[in-house]
Design a protein around this ligand. Structure first.
Ligand SMILES: [Zn+2]
Length: 233
């Protein structure tokens, strides 16, 4: 096999390696949690905090109302015990009972409001949890597909790498060094295809005799403009 042909085949493998490595980097960048999942989880945590706060509030009002009921019961027991006859004391017990009932009514209004709010926030929480489950399910599927793609690319890269090493070994040290040097100078494209006398990289028409020699595979010829080795295919 001519050097130009070997170089051209190595160049194809190098180009595919670069492309597959870029694809693998993209896949790896997409692995892990997405913004969507993080945001949906955060939304659930925030709502859980609101619900917990409201539950605490409802519970505290319940306790306070319970305390007032106890006080009111003691007040009523005393009032109707028949033991209190002093009008001043009776009147003060009545006043106390009224004050306790007013306070209780106030707290009951607040309790009702808190319970309605709690119900709304619990519904919101259930909605956010369902949304999170849905997003996570989609995310898991995507991650599985990405993992599969990652493995596929990794084994492809291993194969290409092996091919590349074989080709480079066959080239021998001198040609390997030449290839690498040209590759560095020519941005990775060492060989240009020549079709109908035209360099397929820079578009220049090469001299007729050179084109003929390239087509026949005689000797090594470089494009006069982009300086790449010409290959007739
Ligand atoms: Zn050229």
């Amino acid at each position: 096999m001519s050097i130009v042909r070997q170089f051209y085949r190595l160049q194809l493998v190098d180009a595919e390696l670069a492309e597959r490595r870029a694809q693998l980097a993209d896949v790896e960048a997409s692995l892990g949690e997405t913004e969507d999942v993080i945001r949906a989880r955060q939304a659930v945590v925030e709502e859980e905090e609101r619900v917990a706060q409201l539950r605490k509030q409802v519970r505290a009002l319940e306790l306070e109302i319970g305390g007032l009921n106890d006080k009111l019961k003691r007040n009523q027991d005393r009032l109707y015990s028949g033991q209190v006859r002093n009008p001043k004391e009776l009147s003060s017990l009545h006043d106390e009972a009224n004050a306790l009932r007013r306070r209780r009514s106030e707290l009951e209004d607040r309790q009702l409001e808190a319970m309605i709010a709690l119900e709304e926030e619990e519904a919101e929480l259930a909605e956010r949890q369902a949304r999170l489950r849905q997003i996570e399910a989609t995310w898991r599927q995507e991650q599985q597909a990405l993992q599969a793609r990652k493995q596929e690319l990794e084994s492809l890269l291993a194969e290409l790498e092996e091919q590349r090493q074989e080709m480079r070994t066959k080239l021998g040290a001198a040609n390997r060094a030449l290839y690498d040097d040209l590759s560095r100078r020519l941005a990775g494209t060492v060989v240009a295809l020549l079709k109908q006398g035209m360099c397929q990289v820079c578009g220049v028409d090469v001299p007729f005799t050179m084109a003929r020699a390239v087509e026949r595979g005689e000797g090594i010829h470089y494009c006069p403009v982009c300086e790449r080795m010409l290959y007739g295919g």
